[in-house]
Structure formats: structure tokens, C-alpha cells
Design a protein. Structure first.
Lengths: 349, 259, 273
């Protein structure tokens, strides 16, 4: 028995020693949303440059934040959403991007850099990747289409038990705030309380609060309406012809997922090479085909079928975008308020 | 007779309850449509695509490695621990069992994050950190399976063997081991299953570029799960099923049969 | 048998435990009793008294309890049936019940969503027979249903284990001495399987209390359990202190309920395990 014990102990010491892997010099550690890049793009990049990509995925920006902040892994390049980037910029976690090393950035439509200014005021830190809006995905046979251009329809009792809301604090509050004509970045106590009241009032009508499964539920015709991201709506439309998408006239949220290089990055040069690679027309095209969200890459958009270019679900028209607001990061006190109010909505009867 | 058929029906209903979702997933793996909800005819495409996708195959081998290795190590550690705990006095046992239960008490995310915080302080995240984390939450399942068998095993036979001059190790092998073996095996199985199914702990303790099936499936949630995943899960399930049949009807069945 | 040498076998495990179980728990405790700046505070732990949190805790306890009772009610007869069938090997029985877990947990829950939804498989089937559909998705009922589905094996296995250990001789002896089936059941089978029942209860109740994924997916986000509150504190609010504080409270609840079960077990003359 003693011998076994000794053997075991030596095994553990090996195990622990095995943890301290050494850095290989020519790598790039990338962190991105799940299924947000064409896998072949990574292979091509490795072939062309000889840089080994360590690719890692996450589900929600908050998951990403937790892992990043713990210092678990030294990421070289991260893609995430607007408000999360702003939060990290404010926490001094983001390094300035040297656009001189990313010449192909000229392929991107400059208007999206304008939109990015709401979280990156001087366009110093981020490079837009995909963008979209939030709206109502609805079933044309179940919903009165004349009323779908307003958020009001989500409070219509005729649709009791057929409404899917977003299961995330900011997205749900956004709907109520826009309906009331407020900014979606409001921190006014009174406005927040009003929005909360509206959402509590709506709760009995709600079929479910979902994020990822809303699309499937709509395809299966389990509900009449769902608050979803435009990109998901675009996919859902492909599966079920009865579905359509509308961004209400009161305005909505425009989201931009962008790349940034964190301060702790070890391979900045490789990261810049990778970003330049992503802006290249053929590569951006592959990515668009795979992800199927609106791309800021003008070269890709121009090369698409005219019909697809006109697809207002995937490519939100400028006039809709101008009516939309981008989320800003909130201060700690307001974040706590939002969260508490949200929990109160969720536990209301 | 009536009683027998009532029993049969009850058994059938319970198994239907347990296996119904699995049937659904298996059917989906042959569905010729990317949608989860619409049937588009029978196809084997997803299985073909599965084997040509290197990322999925890599995740598959990582998953198998982690669950096997963690289960083996946890079984070893856990069985030894159970033997030791069994020999302790009542108070010692209570303390040990209390501590053993901690990984079961916490929500997965809490366990995952707290381990990540610990690892980050001492080392880099990699595959070994996942392994350590899995061993940690696996051990309790082994101990909880082995200890009852030990308590129920007859001590008198073992003591008699010692009195008759058998070496402790020999007496252990001949008397205690056969009695606790079913517990060890079910502990091993449970450990492997738990490890296979875990997401939260794996997610927070894994290094860059390492994926298990669970982390892969979860990160696909937002944009819809690839049907290849259903195919892979079906395969994994079938492998387990074949293993089960082999265990029951194959040559090893006798060894394992109840005394 | 009860000698120091044998106790030493637990040595490697004790080391492992100290490093990878107790240390992480200490970290949770540290976060639970500090504010973001690192100052000592009771606020995180005492925030359980907020009405939202308290409501979530009560709901968790309620659903956890219902789930445990249902599991027990389903498992006990099942274990007796399985035991009477004299299966070839115990490993086989264990395997049958663990096998479903070889399909990914999330996929199985999603499959239940497909089965239970408005236009789902079960409702379509009921519809073709002219039966009224069931409408339990996105309610606490669906959450309990799926928890039972998920945790049932953890109740069945320990009870079945304990039952298969009962020597048939004992029952025969009792019968020879004139005991009826009821007496045999209550005086022999129940006491002898008590240890299995107790560990089954713990293995079902504890995870049911801390679960959050099931309520998210089958409760349609409308069922807020304490597990969801903790998950949200860690994952959406970046408030690890609050999450740890509430986890600590939950741990106390779990330990208390286990101690309670422990003392009940002892009265019956068997330990928990």
C-alpha cells in the first residue's frame, strides 16, 4: 500500500508540474463569441502567416469579463459588444490600436466608426466586426401587421401568452424605455421605476424570457412575437416563411460587436496582422457567409446579390439606424439599480 | 400475474421518462434540416461532416481523455480515502464526510470560479487545471459509492482471515475487495458521467483553445446548435450502450455478478 | 482493522481536499465577507433578507422539497421492483440509470422544451387522439418536472443499493416466524434501506436547491430561484461579493438540512452512508 501511495504522490507532482506550460513565441490567443467566425478563416490565417491561433469562445460578455478579469489567460485579441468594451476601456484594460498596421481598414464603412464613437469616442481602441439592431420577430399569420411598427404591441392583451421577451436586463429595459420615449441609457430613478412598472405589467402576457432559444421557438411557431437581435431574425426568416422582422418606430438598440487588443496582450503584432486579414475582401466574405450578420465591410456588401443587399432584416437601413441608440456602460450604482429592478420583475407574480 | 404486469408498466413508464429526450435527440441527428424543430427527411450527412471536422474531433478526444483520466484518478483516490475514512472514529468520519460534500453543496459556477481564482494564482490554465478540477468534483461520487459497501462488508471474515495468518493485503484482496467492487465500479461510472456532462467548472478552468463537447455545445447556444453535435452525442451514447450490453452479456459479466 | 495505518490511506485525499476543496471555499468566504474594496462587511450575507432574495430562497426550498418527495415516491417502488427482478449484475442497473447522462445535459433539457412546448411533440400526439394539450412549459411545474428527470437516478441508485444488500434469509426468517408482508416491509425493509433513502434525499435535495439552468430554460426565465440569483450575481452583475455571500447562506442551509438528515439516520441505527 505504501508503495502505491508513493507512486500516487509522484504522479500528482508530475501533474502539477505539467501545469506550467511555456509560451510558444509565434501564437495568437483570440477570444470571440461562439460560432462567430468561419473556422476555415483560422486555418487560412495559420497557413499564410505561420502564426498558431489559440482560439477560445464564450457565451455572454459577462462570462468573458469574468474570465478576463481573473487574469486566467493572456488574450491577444478579443471581440465583444459595445457596452462591455466601454467598461473595459474605462477600467484601462484596452490598448490603443495602431491602424497604420491595419491598412485594409479602409474596406470598412466609416459611418460605423461614427456609431462606435458612443463607446470609443476617439476611435482609438476598436475595429467594428458585425452590427445589427434589436426588433420584433413576428409571425405574420398571428399578428396584426398594422400595429407591429410600435413597441405597444408587446403590451396588447390579445397576444397574452404569445410574447417572448429578452432574458437580459438591458435588452428588456430597452423595450420599455423606448416605448416611454426615454433614452436606453437613462439612469434617472423615476424613469427606471416607470420602465420597471411597465415590464411588471407586461409579465402576465409573456410566454417566456429567452435569449438563445427565441429563434427556435419562433420557427416552431410556439409564440407570435419575440424580441430578438436582427442577425438571429435574419436566420429565422430563412427557416420559416411566415416570419418577418420589424424595428419599431420609437427607436431601438443598435449593437456593434468590435475587436480590441487588451493591455495584457503579448502578441500585438500578430493581432494586428489578424485584424488586417479579417478586413480582406475574400476573408470577410467567408465570414459573412458563415455568420450572416450585417458586416461593415463595403467591399463585401457591394459584391452581394442586390436582393440580399436590400434585405432590411440583415442590413438595417440607415434611417432605422439613425433612430437607434448604442448601449453605454453604466456606473456601478446604476448597474446595481438595474439589476435589482430586473430581479424584482423576474420574481413578481 | 396482474401484479407482475403492473410492475412492468411502471418500469416502462419510468424508462420512457428517462429516455424520451434521448430518442428525440437521436432522431434529430438524422434530420435533413438545420432546424431543431422541422423534419426534413432522413440523412447521414451530419455524421459524415462530423468526422471531417477537426475541431469537433479534437474536442471529442479531449472530452474522452478528461473524463477517463479524471474518473480513474478519482476512483483511485476516492477508494483509498473510503478505506481510510472507514477506519476512522466517528468524529473523524463526520469531519471527512462534511468536507467531502462541499463540492456537491456549491452551485457549479461557484465551484468553477473559485477554482479558477485559485489556479490563476499559482499556474497557467491548461488541460491539467481542468483535470484537477474534474478529479476534485468526482471524488465525492466515488467515496459516496464505496463507503456504504465498506460499511456493509463483513468484518468478521476479514478478521478471521487475519487470525488464520493471512497477510492484510491478501485478506483485503480476497475478502474486502470483491465486496466493494460493485461500489468502486459504480463510483467510477458516476465520476466519468459527471465529468462528461460538466460545463461550468470546465469553462472557467480551461486554457485557451481547449474545448470539451460541453463547452463547444454551450458556446453554440446563441446561434443555434450544429446538428453535428446531435450526431456526436448519439455516437457517444451508442458507445456507452454497447459498453453496457457488453458488461451485462459479455465475458466480464460473470466477474461482476452479485455473489 | 481500525488502525492508524489504514487511516493513512485517506492521506492523499486529505491533501487533495485541503488544496482543491477547502482553499477555494476559503476564497468564497473571503469574498462573502468583504466589500468590493476589500473591507470587512456583513452586507453580502445579510442581503438574503432582501425580499427578492428571500422569495427566491423560499421558492427554491419549496421546489427542491417537492422534487425530492416526488423522486422518493417514484424511486422506492422502483427499487423494490428492480430488486425483485434479480438482475444479473448490479452494475447493469446502475448503468441503465446513468446512461441518459451521457447525452449532454443542455441538449437533453432542450429536447424537453421541444417535447413540452405548445406545438411540441407531446401536444401533437395528444391532439391526434383528441385529447387536450398540456401547457406546463414556462411554469414552476415544468421546472420541478425536469428536476425530477435530472435527479431521479441519484435517488434510485442508493435505495436500490441498500435494498439489494438485504439478505433474503432475514425476510424468510421473519416470514417463518409469522410476519405478514406489511410487517416485513415496515420492520425490515424500511429500516434497512433507511441509509439509502437518506443519501438519496441529500443527493437530490442539494443539487435541486442550487440548480439554475433548469429554471432558466424550462421556467422560461419566469421562475427565479436562489441559484439564478447567485448565477446572475456572478455572471451578469460582476458582483462576486454578493454571489459569494448568498452562496455562503445557501451552504449553511444545505449543511443544516444534512445535519438534520444525519440525526434522523442515527435514530434508525444506521449512518448516512
Amino acid at each position: 500500500m505504501k508503495k502505491k501511495l508513493l507512486l500516487l504522490l509522484t504522479f500528482f507532482s508530475f501533474l502539477l508540474a505539467g501545469c506550467g506550460r511555456t509560451d510558444s513565441p509565434n501564437t495568437l490567443t483570440v477570444l470571440n463569441y461562439g460560432k462567430y467566425i468561419e473556422p476555415k478563416v483560422l486555418e487560412l490565417f495559420e497557413e499564410e502567416t505561420g502564426i498558431k491561433v489559440e482560439y477560445e469562445e464564450y457565451i455572454t460578455p459577462e462570462n468573458m469579463y469574468t474570465k478576463y478579469k481573473a487574469g486566467a489567460i493572456d488574450y491577444d485579441l478579443i471581440c465583444t459588444s459595445d457596452y462591455m468594451i466601454e467598461k473595459l476601456i474605462l477600467e484601462d484594460e484596452v490598448s490603443e490600436m495602431n491602424f497604420k498596421n491595419i491598412p485594409l481598414v479602409k474596406n470598412l464603412d466609416s459611418s460605423y466608426f461614427e456609431f462606435s464613437k458612443s463607446f470609443d469616442p476617439e476611435n482609438k481602441y476598436t475595429l467594428p466586426y458585425f452590427f445589427g439592431t434589436v426588433g420584433i420577430l413576428y409571425n405574420r399569420e398571428l399578428v396584426d401587421e398594422s400595429k407591429i411598427n410600435s413597441w405597444d404591441i408587446l403590451w396588447d392583451e390579445r397576444y397574452s401568452g404569445q410574447i417572448i421577451m429578452a432574458d437580459s436586463v438591458r435588452d428588456s429595459f430597452m423595450v420599455a424605455q423606448k416605448r416611454l420615449g426615454y433614452s436606453l441609457n437613462t439612469t434617472e430613478e423615476k424613469e427606471l421605476r416607470n420602465a420597471q412598472e411597465l415590464l411588471i405589467q407586461q409579465k402576465p402576457l409573456v410566454y417566456s424570457y429567452l435569449v438563445d432559444e427565441a429563434q427556435d421557438e419562433m420557427i416552431a411557431e410556439n409564440a407570435a412575437m419575440a424580441v430578438v437581435y436582427s442577425g438571429e431574425a435574419g436566420l429565422a426568416l430563412e427557416y420559416n416563411e411566415k416570419l418577418a422582422f420589424s424595428v419599431p418606430k420609437e427607436g431601438s438598440n443598435m449593437w456593434i460587436d468590435s475587436w480590441f487588443i487588451p493591455k495584457r496582450a503579448k502578441h500585438t503584432e500578430n493581432a494586428e496582422k489578424f485584424l488586417n486579414f479579417l478586413c480582406r475582401k475574400d476573408i470577410a466574405m467567408m465570414n459573412f457567409d458563415y455568420v450572416y450578420y450585417a458586416t461593415p465591410n463595403t467591399q463585401v456588401k457591394e459584391a452581394l446579390d442586390p436582393e440580399l443587399q436590400e434585405n432590411s432584416t440583415i442590413f438595417p437601413p440607415k434611417e432605422i439606424l439613425e433612430n437607434c441608440e448604442v448601449f453605454k456602460s453604466l456606473d456601478d450604482a446604476s448597474t446595481m439599480k438595474y439589476n435589482l429592478y430586473w430581479k424584482e420583475i423576474k420574481s413578481a407574480d | 400475474m396482474l401484479r407482475k404486469s403492473a410492475q412492468r408498466i411502471y418500469l416502462f413508464l419510468i424508462f420512457l421518462f428517462l429516455y424520451l429526450p434521448i430518442v428525440v435527440l437521436i432522431v434529430l441527428s438524422f434530420n435533413n434540416s438545420k432546424s431543431k424543430v422541422l423534419w426534413g427527411g432522413f440523412t447521414l450527412d451530419w455524421y459524415k461532416k462530423l468526422f471531417s471536422n477537426s475541431a469537433i474531433m479534437e474536442a471529442f478526444s479531449t472530452t474522452v481523455f478528461i473524463s477517463l483520466a479524471s474518473a480513474v484518478i478519482a476512483t483511485l483516490l476516492g477508494t483509498l480515502a473510503a478505506l481510510g475514512i472507514d477506519a476512522m472514529k466517528k468524529r473523524g468520519q463526520a469531519v471527512m464526510l462534511g468536507a467531502t460534500n462541499i463540492p456537491l453543496l456549491n452551485a457549479d459556477i461557484v465551484t468553477g470560479i473559485s477554482m479558477m481564482l485559485l489556479f490563476v494564482r499559482f499556474t497557467r490554465l491548461g488541460i491539467s487545471t481542468v483535470l484537477i478540477a474534474h478529479i476534485t468534483f468526482n471524488i465525492p461520487y466515488v467515496i459516496l459509492n464505496v463507503l456504504p459497501k465498506l460499511k456493509q462488508s463483513s468484518r468478521t471474515a476479514y478478521e478471521a482471515a487475519l487470525d488464520l495468518g493471512a497477510a492484510p493485503l491478501y485478506a483485503f484482496r480476497k475478502i474486502i475487495w470483491p465486496q466493494i467492487l460493485p461500489g468502486v465500479l459504480s463510483g467510477f461510472l458516476m465520476a466519468m458521467t459527471m465529468s462528461l456532462d460538466d460545463f461550468s467548472v470546465t469553462y472557467f478552468t480551461k486554457g485557451a483553445g481547449i474545448n470539451t463537447l460541453s463547452t463547444m455545445i454551450y458556446t453554440e447556444m446563441r446561434k443555434g446548435i450544429r446538428p453535428e453535435m446531435y450526431a456526436l452525442s448519439t455516437l457517444l451514447f451508442l458507445i456507452a450502450l454497447i459498453l453496457l450490453l457488453f458488461m451485462n452479456f459479455g465475458p466480464t459479466a460473470r466477474k461482476e455478478a452479485r455473489p | 482493522m481500525r488502525n492508524l495505518k489504514r487511516q493513512l490511506l485517506a492521506g492523499p485525499y486529505i491533501l487533495w481536499m485541503a488544496g482543491f476543496i477547502l482553499l477555494p471555499v476559503l476564497m468564497i468566504l473571503y469574498y462573502a465577507f468583504t466589500a468590493t474594496g476589500g473591507n470587512f462587511t456583513f452586507l453580502n450575507v445579510s442581503s438574503i433578507t432582501f425580499s427578492v432574495h428571500l422569495k427566491a430562497l423560499v421558492l427554491s426550498l419549496k421546489l427542491g422539497l417537492i422534487c425530492t418527495v416526488i423522486c422518493l415516491a417514484l424511486s422506492y417502488p422502483l427499487a423494490m421492483i428492480l430488486n425483485s427482478m434479480k438482475a444479473k449484475s448490479q452494475g447493469f442497473i446502475v448503468f441503465i440509470f446513468i446512461l441518459p447522462m451521457w447525452m449532454n445535459f443542455m441538449l437533453r433539457i432542450l429536447a424537453w422544451r421541444m417535447l413540452l412546448s405548445n406545438n411540441g411533440i407531446i401536444n401533437s400526439l395528444l391532439g391526434t387522439f383528441g385529447l387536450p394539450g398540456i401547457d406546463i412549459l414556462n411554469t414552476p411545474t415544468a421546472v420541478v418536472f425536469c428536476m425530477v428527470y435530472d435527479f431521479l437516478p441519484f435517488m434510485i441508485l442508493p435505495i436500490y443499493n441498500a435494498m439489494s444488500r438485504i439478505q433474503p434469509d432475514i425476510i424468510e426468517a421473519a416470514r417463518d416466524l409469522g410476519a405478514g408482508s406489511l410487517i416485513i416491509f415496515f420492520k425490515i425493509i424500511v429500516p434497512l434501506t433507511m441509509s439509502g433513502v437518506v443519501s438519496g434525499i441529500i443527493m437530490v435535495f442539494v443539487p435541486a436547491l442550487t440548480s439554475f439552468a433548469v429554471s432558466d430554460l424550462l421556467g422560461g426565465g419566469k421562475v427565479l430561484l436562489i441559484g439564478n440569483v447567485i448565477e446572475q450575481a456572478f455572471m451578469q452583475e460582476y458582483n462576486w461579493n454578493l454571489g459569494s455571500g448568498l452562496s455562503f447562506v445557501l451552504m449553511i442551509f444545505v449543511i443544516a438540512s444534512m445535519a438534520l438528515m444525519n440525526s434522523r439516520g442515527d435514530e434508525n441505527g444506521t449512518g448516512v452512508w
